[in-house]
Design a protein around this ligand. Structure first.
Ligand code: IMP
Length: 182
């Protein structure tokens, strides 16, 4: 694998497509075993998770469904702080077992802010499946139940993850070159 250039930054190879797919197959079989007979609903968070969600879902072997949402954050009242709402959730999630599919959990702010909104709709359970997690960057209380790879607190692109909207189409995951860190 060679280094890649995305906009003004250089990225070095970090995880190959083969490593990613091998790990995804393991995650998918764990999830399939844990949710047998529960007919879970997978919810992919756009945009970043679309490639991961597709590859993961192809390897899920139990009856289930999948849907995608986009999270939009805006400033609420001063007492509510930042509010994150979902666009596109049409399913009734009452009594459903939900598995959130996320590309990366960084500070944990996005999901920890959004999960209470989802809980209000009384799902049977909610678990998070993230391809990547940066444990050193976590600043919010968030339980991630299925984690593909724990990675250092460095910016990554590829396999659906972007840098300023670009780089999502790289098959492998690349890490920001040390020379480009600031
Ligand atoms: P959090 O709210 O800090 O956990 O951030 C989650 C979101 O930030 C992810 O869904 C990504 O969209 C974005 N993000 C965080 N770290 C990276 C990275 O290294 N590369 C690309 N996007 C990232």
């Amino acid at each position: 694998m060679d280094t890649i250039q995305v906009l003004d930054k250089t990225f070095v190879p970090y995880l190959s497509e083969e490593q990613i797919l091998d790990r995804i197959k393991i995650l998918a079989s764990e999830i399939s075993a844990d949710y047998e007979n529960l007919n879970p609903l997978f919810i992919g968070i756009l945009n970043g998770s679309f490639i991961f969600a597709a590859d993961l879902y192809k390897h899920i072997s139990i009856p289930s469904s999948i849907s995608f949402i986009k999270l939009v954050s805006y400033k609420g009242t001063s007492s509510s702080g930042t509010v994150i709402t979902a666009i596109g959730l049409e399913e009734n999630i009452n009594d459903r077992h939900i598995i959130i599919i996320e590309d990366i959990v960084d500070t944990g702010k996005t999901l920890s802010t959004f999960l209470p909104t989802l809980h209000k709709q009384s799902p049977a359970s909610i678990k998070i499946c993230t391809l990547l997690q940066k444990p050193d960057a976590l600043q919010h209380v968030l339980d991630t139940h299925y984690v593909g790879f724990e990675i250092p607190d460095k910016f990554v692109v590829g396999y659906g993850l972007d840098y300023d909207g670009m780089g999502r189409n790289s098959k492998n995951i690349y890490q920001l070159s040390t020379a480009d860190e600031y």
